[in-house]
Every structure is written in C-alpha cells, then in structure tokens.
Design a protein around this ligand. Sequence first.
Ligand SMILES: Cc1cc2nc3c(=O)[nH]c(=O)nc-3n(C[C@H](O)[C@H](O)[C@H](O)COP(=O)(O)OP(=O)(O)OC[C@H]3O[C@@H](n4cnc5c(N)ncnc54)[C@H](O)[C@@H]3O)c2cc1C
Length: 388
Amino acid sequence: MDFSFSPELKMWREAVHDFAAKEIKPFAAEYNEREETMWPALQKGGEQLGLLGMSVPEAYGGSAVDPLAFAVAIEELGWADGGTALVVAAHNGLGCAPIVMFGNEEQKKRFLPRVTGGQPGRLAALALTEPDAGSDLKGVKTHAELEGDHWVINGSKMWITNSGDADYIVTLVRTSPERSSHSLSLIVVPTGTPGLHVGPPEKKMGLGTTHSHAITYENVRVPRENLLGEVGQGMYQTLQVLDGGRISIGALALGIAQAAFEEAVAYAKQRITFGKPLSARQAIQFMLADMATEIHAARLMVYHAAWLKAQGKPFTHAAAMAKLFASEMAERVTRNAIQIHGGYGYSREYPVERMYRDTRLMTIGEGTSEIQRLVIARRVVSSMAGLF
Ligand SMILES: Cc1cc2nc3c(=O)[nH]c(=O)nc-3n(C[C@H](O)[C@H](O)[C@H](O)COP(=O)(O)OP(=O)(O)OC[C@H]3O[C@@H](n4cnc5c(N)ncnc54)[C@H](O)[C@@H]3O)c2cc1C
C-alpha cells in the first residue's frame, strides 16, 4: 500500500494551492460580504489551470483530471473559499458530469466546449431538487411530454447552484406518471430557452460567493435530442452523478476544516491569557489534536473514495462515508476554531466565523447526512461481504 502522491499530483496540488492562496483567499472576505461571485478568479482558474473543465475530456475543451486530482483541487479551493469551491465543484461534478457520462458525441460537442472557460453566463448546473422533493427524488413533479420533435417541460425546481449564470441546466424530469425508478429522465435545457425563468439568488446562511436559485419551467420546448441517454434512466444516472459529487463535497468540507484549523493554531500561538499563550494550555492543545486527527481521517477517506473511482472500482459506499464523515468533522472543527478564538471567533472580522457558516451546507447538499447513513446502512445490513 502506497500513500504517497505521484510527482504529477504533488505539482498539481502545489499549483492549485498557490493559485488559491494568491487569487482567492485574500479576496474571500470582501466577496463573501458583498455576496458576489469571484469571476476574476474563476476566469483565471479556467484559463491557467483548467479548473472549469476538470471533469471534461480534452476533446471537448476540458482538462480531464482524474478523480483524485479533482478532489485535491476542490480541497484546495475549499481551503481558500467555500463558495468559490462550490461553484467549481457543482459546475464540474453536477453540471458537466451528466453530459460527460451519459451524453452522445453530438451532445458533448454541442454543450461542453462552451462551459470550460469560467466566464459569466457559461457555467453548468444540475436541477434535481423541487419545493416538495429533495432527498426523495422519486417525488419529482416537473414533467416533460413529447410533442413532435420537442420535449415540453413544466414544473419548478429549488436551490439550483450556478443556474443564474448557467449556459445550460441539466434537468431531472418525470417522463412517465407512475412513481418508480424508471419514470424520470435527464434533459439538457439551454438557459436562453423561452419559458425558463430563473429566480433571484436565495438568501443563504453562508457561501456568499455561490448562488442558488428557484427555477420555473413554463412550456419550455427543447429538441428531442436533448435527452441524455434513454428515457426512464434519469434516476439511475442521477445516483451515479451524485456518487462522484459526494467525494467533492467531502473534499470541500475537508478544505474548509483545514483552513479553520490553521487559523486556530495561529491564533492559539499568539493569544496570551493568564500570562501564557493559549497553545500552552492542555485544554486547547487537546482541541487542536482532535482537529488534526479528524482532518487526517477525513482526508484518508476522501482520497480513498477518489482513488476507488479512479481505479474504476465500486465507490458508492466509500463516497457516502467520506462525505458523511468529512462534512460532520468540518462542523466540529470550525465550531472549535471559533471556540479557540473566543469572542473574536464570533466576529465577522475573523474568517473562522465565515467558515463555520459555509461548512453548514456540506451535511445537506448532494444528499444529507441522514441519506448518506441510509446508503451506508443498506450496504452494512445486506448480505454482501465487505464494504470495498
Ligand atoms: C446552498 C444549496 C445549494 C444546493 N444546490 C443544489 C443543486 O445545485 N441542485 C439540486 O438539485 N439541489 C441543490 N440543493 C438542494 C439539496 O440537494 C437539498 O436541499 C437536499 O438534497 C435535501 O433535500 P430537502 O431540502 O428537500 O430536504 P428533505 O428531503 O425534505 O429532508 C429534510 C430532512 O429530513 C431528513 N430526511 C429525509 N428523508 C429521510 C429519511 N428517509 N430518513 C431519515 N431522514 C430523512 C433529511 O436528511 C433532512 O434532514 C442545494 C441546497 C442548498 C441549500
């Protein structure tokens, strides 16, 4: 068993880290305060590192990094700014991945090269969640009917990340009335299509540099050939896409936790109470030791899930475990980072306050912690031997 990174992966981590340290982290506070997307960083990251095409093959304008390099990049971006990391993770893992995985040659050529540069209006989004259906996607009501050569889509979606700046929105629709795994399909909806209305950004708790919107579809007509794969495969396709997305949410949570931990260590070394720095107090040292240990455990789990994916091995359960553990770990770490900062930790002047708010989404988006436990438990209680 070899836990070391290849020289290429080391260089990649350094390149993304240096970029994030220079182009993202110093501006994170002001952009989050203004709730503004970091377009300059997204554009530079697109041009210099191919960050907006990480899940896209080179033939369609992407940079096609492997799943471990992808996880490492999202971790580094999360370390610099959770919201910007989420823009990149959702764009690649949710918006581009369904077309890469299930699109035909014509669809890949038509949709992917337009969205790999990181320009405003050229992101990709995936619309699954609805006002009455999130965890339980079989309850999706947005429906598509075939009329001649077009799908006509009606319904509404909630919380769709990147949709306000998207070139297209891959949309999960009902193509048959019964409540079964075979009644849903994925259809690519270009954002200029008449009848597609994207609402204002939702007012969120954190992640100010990423935006999520409600969407309504009013007789939205898209060509028949915008369907991904076969009719009725949407649920199956979505679950596969979410498996990959869960590794990146785990990586994102890991990056935020790492950043909060670094802030906590630095603060504990310089803050003097009762004549000694906080870092000399065992109570604080134990908190830092627990943080370091949990971050390390989460990192191993996230990298392991990404490695399984890269090897073409089953990774559903490893991804669910990595997301579950990393996202809940990041809540504990950011919470304790605030604790170590005392009153300053509660102030917007210090970044740990933002990290605590940002990380709160990670146990909710792309499958809540409860849904991850369902996925893991199903496997644990089934008769299949071994988890990996
Ligand atoms: C900032 C943000 C960005 C998002 N981006 C996107 C996006 O890009 N695309 C998209 O499609 N969606 C997106 N979402 C939606 C997100 O994926 C859903 O919020 C999430 O899947 C949970 O669904 P829900 O909100 O409907 O909660 P519900 O499904 O109503 O669940 C509510 C609570 O009940 C629990 N629960 C539900 N079922 C069970 C059960 N069987 N057993 C035990 N507990 C259960 C859940 O874990 C949760 O705690 C985003 C959400 C946010 C907040």
